[in-house]
Design a protein around this ligand. Structure first.
Ligand code: SF4
Ligand code: SF4
Length: 278
């Protein structure tokens, strides 16, 4: 059985918001009986672009993370819904019935991913439902996907075994794995959201003139073991990425010609060490 999945590449998202707007254009003022009531004109975003800023000036990295209903296979929202108000279709898409869910505000709080919005006027919970109404008419992808000019968002209908192969091959991750909800939305390059970096710039002062050092060897060590190693770039910069937040003590060892320097640090969040003079 083939099912729908979404793959979002954080590296490709430019925060253009076209996916959010396409979803509003499709659903504000438009009800699709059997799928959803209309989206409120103001205050609701079924697709949101979250922002994650890492590091300090001048080494700053901003990642944009589109979020929406994750179409979980083990969906907590289904467990609290009364009257069979939430169903999972055979193709993996979650639908909240706009009639049966009326007045069931508890559904909003049940979603650990924060993906459900409450339509105060109609008193119903609502989600981005993968534009199932369009897919059922023969569309090849939801509108949000069709407007994404950078291919940051891709939808694909494959069986779960095939999807797991893609997950392995493309090193995809899910949001909030600790909730164990088995999402059908996968992310690529999610380290820009959930991991940290240590960066710095190696320089030297000669005859009162400051110069950056390219090609200096920099090692990242933990518990006296080298865990990564690289050379500074043309601007003397180095950056070790994909490190867990709050992961304790590290040591940076810099070696250039016969000069050696080491720095000890404690990593809580992404860290730019500034200019390091050797
Ligand atoms: S349309 Fe694509 S690039 Fe633009 S915000 Fe959405 S996912 Fe990001
Ligand atoms: S993301 Fe939330 S609303 Fe969507 S299926 Fe999972 S638990 Fe339900």
């Amino acid at each position: 059985m083939k099912k729908w999945n979404l793959i979002i590449d954080v590296d490709n998202c430019t925060n253009c918001n076209m996916c959010t707007l396409a979803s509003k254009d499709e659903h504000v003022g438009n009800a699709f009986p059997g799928y959803s009531a209309e989206m409120p004109k103001r205050g609701a975003e079924w697709i949101k672009i979250e922002k994650k800023e890492r590091g300090q000036t001048p080494m700053i990295d901003i990642g944009y993370i589109p979020t929406m209903c994750q179409h979980c296979d083990d969906a907590p929202c289904m467990k609290v819904a009364k009257n069979n108000a939430i169903t999972k279709r055979n193709d993996g898409i979650i639908i909240i019935d706009p009639e049966k869910s009326k007045g069931q505000k508890q559904i909003v709080d049940s979603c650990p991913h924060g993906s459900i919005s409450w339509n105060e006027e109609l008193k119903i919970p609502q989600i981005w439902f993968f534009d199932a109404h369009l897919l059922d008419k023969g569309w090849k992808e939801p509108r949000a996907v069709s407007v994404c000019a950078t291919d940051a968002m891709k939808s694909l209908k494959v069986d779960d075994k095939e999807m797991q192969k893609i997950v392995q091959k493309e090193k995809l991750e899910i949001l909030n794995p600790e909730y164990n909800t088995s999402p059908r939305v996968y992310y690529k390059n999610l380290f820009r959201y959930n991991k940290c970096f240590i960066g710095g710039s190696v320089a030297i002062i000669k005859n009162k003139i400051e110069d950056c050092i390219s090609g200096a060897n920099v090692k990242l060590c933990k518990n006296s073991q080298t865990i990564d190693e690289l050379q500074t770039d043309d601007f003397g910069d180095f950056k070790f990425d994909k490190l867990p937040a709050n992961s304790g003590e590290y040591e940076i060892e810099i070696e250039y010609k016969s000069i050696k320097k080491s720095i000890k640090l404690n990593l809580n969040d992404s860290l730019f060490l500034g200019n390091i003079y050797i």
